[in-house]
Design a protein around this ligand. Structure first.
Ligand SMILES: Cc1cc2nc3c(=O)[nH]c(=O)nc-3n(C[C@H](O)[C@H](O)[C@H](O)COP(=O)(O)OP(=O)(O)OC[C@H]3O[C@@H](n4cnc5c(N)ncnc54)[C@H](O)[C@@H]3O)c2cc1C
Length: 148
């Protein structure tokens, strides 16, 4: 009995660790196994920082998943009383017709209950993002979206 577990998760990157966290809430005996760790630099989840974003040009079909993940990040932060995410908003720069701009506008519109978005020319948005004014690279682009 000593070595019996309800669930064993092998590999504790973001996927395994998240799965283990959720099953640990429901099962009495869970075990996580990793070749390294608990913190190390050999997986793709590990490193100095990672981005979690809901400014999502890839498609609005991901919105329910992203919103749910956002709630879980909140829950995790509260349960360990530690800030893990630094919520900054997302800024995309590109031409109006590019997939990244058109897609992020579309997703933000579909998710307007939970996301806010601004769209404008570089000249307009450089009033908020002042450092863009001096960026030569930005002169080539005509539009930005900012999603929060
Ligand atoms: C450099 C880099 C940066 C990235 N940045 C981002 C980002 O900012 N935002 C984002 O959303 N995605 C990012 N990604 C993608 C994201 O990191 C991966 O999609 C995600 O981390 C995959 O998680 P995972 O748990 O499946 O794998 P991993 O994080 O790789 O975890 C696998 C775990 O399994 C363990 N393991 C491996 N073999 C064994 C074994 N035989 N026995 C036991 N344990 C084992 C490893 O030690 C590791 O801990 C980035 C990827 C890379 C490579």
């Amino acid at each position: 009995m000593k070595n019996m577990y309800d669930v064993i998760v092998i590999g504790l990157g973001i996927m395994g660790a998240s799965a283990l966290w959720r099953v640990a809430l429901k099962c009495n005996r869970v075990l996580g196994i990793d070749t390294s760790g608990p913190t190390h630099r050999h997986g793709s989840s590990q490193g100095e920082s990672r981005i979690f974003r809901r400014a999502y040009w890839e498609g609005d079909k991901y919105l329910p998943l992203l919103n749910h993940a956002n709630l879980l990040w909140n829950e995790l932060e509260q349960s360990i009383m530690t800030q893990l995410l630094y919520r900054t908003g997302g800024l995309f720069i590109g031409s109006r017709s590019s997939q990244i701009i058109a897609g992020s506008i579309h997703t933000a519109r579909q998710g307007k209950a939970t996301l806010s978005m601004r769209y404008g020319t570089v000249q307009q948005l450089s009033k908020t993002f002042r450092h863009l004014k001096s960026s030569m690279a930005c002169k080539r682009y005509s539009s930005l979206t900012h999603t929060r």
